[in-house]
Design a protein around this ligand. Structure first.
Ligand code: NAG
Ligand code: NAG
Length: 547
């Protein structure tokens, strides 16, 4: 068993570097509190995933900006580009912010954009403090704000903080292009081109087809917003997706249609939907899917999705974060490949970033490439690019360990699930899911230095709530969101994200008795022992709920 975890609730997971993106959330009691009122619990966190709430460096820079403006009683969010600042204002003032209960849009004369320079140029959106929960929606979903490293670098030049005029000219933004960005683009192309399934497939993506964003969510939100300018159409979300992705399609654009199981039956329904929309002359702009999907790792039949996208002239955008480049080769199936670099690519839970790869062999390329080149504004800060460049040097060997460690745990838990006396009901992972067939088809062939696997993420499902609580409270790993870190993380995904809509979630196979696990790099035997102890604690509870 590993050393007993002593990290306090709400603190970053050790070694807790300055830019950590983790927060430890032990005990089921806290899971329930989070599910009931996330904002309340997040406010008590010392560290958090940066989109949950601004990192301390960002909060400090925002405070300095407000002080400079003599507006200490107002609220402010900071953005690296005028484009993102304007989108924040548009979001905050939209009539769609009226939720009919406790939120109203911000009046247009109450919110403004101010431009500043310290080390770099940046933009502040300033608004009345009591509107923070409204404007804050733009901070947490699109993830288009400045990064904590951006803030740190500018805090070091606070003596130079000056207000400047708000100008459309975004040309002098040198901090968003650097040798590190170039190295990263080269590396990404290299990973995409490694161990190809169809080497004959041409043309292949080049470094010109890679776009960087400051978060994984921005790598979804920004392309979605560019496409709205071109197509003004409906969006399809096929299969379950990360909770903020669903929110992004709810809050931005002209509606979305959700096929939340991502199964072959859903494919039939999708086809009927596309037929109907075509019949009524309505444009569907894109089909989005995760490969495989959060949190129970269903993998869609991407061959069929590709065929439907072609037949109905719709963009196919795939988020491959969970499968990850090293393991799967799906670029040629997509029009847009989006990845959260925050996860296993960066691998050390201390940077957030995202990327988009356009597929030059896709028939949508001639529309998408000019669209991206028109609207794309580089926003990935140089210090973040440098950190990811350093951290991703061991991406391949690290991914192999993550694959292996996750699979070892899945094998053990599968054995438990087969025992009728065990509290473990199921384990969800592409290696054991029926939809895993769709995943295996796109695994890269083994090479001398790498054997493909199924990624670091899986979910364990317990018999009932009492056994789930016993498992969660007795599992000696860190708890919280995030995946692809060096340390194992357990996350009560459904309970945290959907406690107030469990019936909705249940339609898509999500249960409060599932715990999502991101396997880390701990010694396999130790990890197995930690899980065995938690399973035994759950077994002891039995069906009565009494130990
Ligand atoms: C996926 O869809 C394709 C195209 O419809 C079909 O030929 C194939 O059999 C499906 N794959 C699986 C594994 O069901
Ligand atoms: C079997 C395997 O690859 N397990 C690895 C899990 O990660 C740790 C830390 O890197 C390795 O030591 C194990 O070998």
């Amino acid at each position: 068993m590993s050393a007993k975890i002593t990290t306090q609730f709400g603190h970053a997971v050790p070694p807790a570097p300055r830019h950590s993106v983790t927060v430890h959330m032990p005990t089921w009691q806290n899971v329930e509190r989070y599910g009931a009122d996330a904002a309340f619990v997040i406010a008590t966190f010392k560290n958090a995933y940066p989109r949950m709430k601004p990192h301390k460096d960002i909060a400090d820079l925002a405070a300095a900006v407000l002080k400079h403006l003599g507006a200490e009683n107002e609220g402010c969010f900071l953005f690296p580009s005028l484009q993102s600042a304007k989108e924040c204002v548009e979001y905050s003032t939209s009539p769609r912010r009226d939720n009919g209960v406790d939120k109203k849009p911000v009046a247009t004369d109450q919110i403004k954009i101010e431009a500043f320079t310290a080390k770099d140029h940046f933009f502040a959106v300033v608004f009345p403090l009591d509107k923070r929960s409204v404007v804050g929606g733009f901070w947490s979903t699109p993830g288009a704000g400045i990064s904590s490293r951006f803030a740190e670098a500018n805090l070091n030049h606070l003596d130079q903080l000056t207000e400047t005029t708000v100008s459309e000219d975004e040309t002098s933004r040198s901090s968003f292009e650097s040798p590190a960005h170039e190295l990263l683009r080269d590396r990404i192309v290299q990973y995409l081109e490694r161990a190809l399934l169809n080497p004959g497939f041409q043309p292949r993506p080049s470094t010109n087809d890679i776009y960087f964003y400051q978060t994984g969510m921005a790598a979804i939100y920004k392309p979605h917003s560019y496409m709205l300018k071109l197509y003004q159409g409906m969006t399809v979300l096929f299969g379950m997706a990360f909770m903020n992705t669903i929110t992004a399609f709810e809050e931005f654009g002209s509606g979305y249609k959700f096929f939340g199981l991502g199964t072959d039956d859903d494919l039939h329904d999708l086809e009927s939907f596309l037929q109907k929309e075509r019949k009524y002359g309505r444009k569907v702009q894109a089909i989005w899917a995760e490969f495989p999907a959060n949190p129970i790792l269903v993998t869609p039949n991407i061959t069929r999705l590709r065929a439907l996208a072609d037949e109905y002239d719709v963009v196919l955008a795939i988020d491959d974060t969970i499968g990850s480049w090293a393991n799967i080769d799906i670029t040629s199936m997509t029009d847009i490949l989006v990845t959260s670099l925050t996860k296993s690519f960066n691998g050390y839970a201390d940077v957030i970033a995202g990327s988009v790869v356009l597929n030059p062999a896709s028939r949508k390329y001639h529309e998408l490439k000019p669209l991206f080149d028109e609207y794309y504004v580089p926003e990935l800060y140089i210090d973040d690019a440098e950190a990811i460049e350093r951290n991703s040097r061991d991406y391949l060997p690290r991914t192999m360990k993550l694959n292996h460690n996750a699979s070892s745990l899945v094998q053990y838990l599968k054995t438990c699930a087969e025992d009728p006396n065990s509290a473990v009901r199921a384990v969800h992972h592409p290696s054991v899911n029926p939809s895993g067939e769709h995943y295996r088809q796109f695994m890269r062939p083994a090479t001398r230095d790498f054997t493909s696997g199924y990624g670091c993420l899986f979910s364990i499902e317990l018999k009932d709530l009492p056994t789930t609580i016993a498992f969660y409270d007795n599992l000696n790993v860190h708890d919280g969101p995030h995946l692809g870190a060096p340390f194992t993380l357990a996350f009560a995904y459904t309970m945290c994200a959907y406690k107030n809509k469990l019936t909705w979630a249940a339609q898509y196979g999500l249960k409060p008795t599932q715990i999502r696990i991101s396997a880390g790099l701990e010694d396999t035997a130790t990890l197995l022992e930690d899980f065995r102890i938690a399973v035994e604690a759950a077994n002891k509870i039995g069906s009565t709920g009494v130990p």
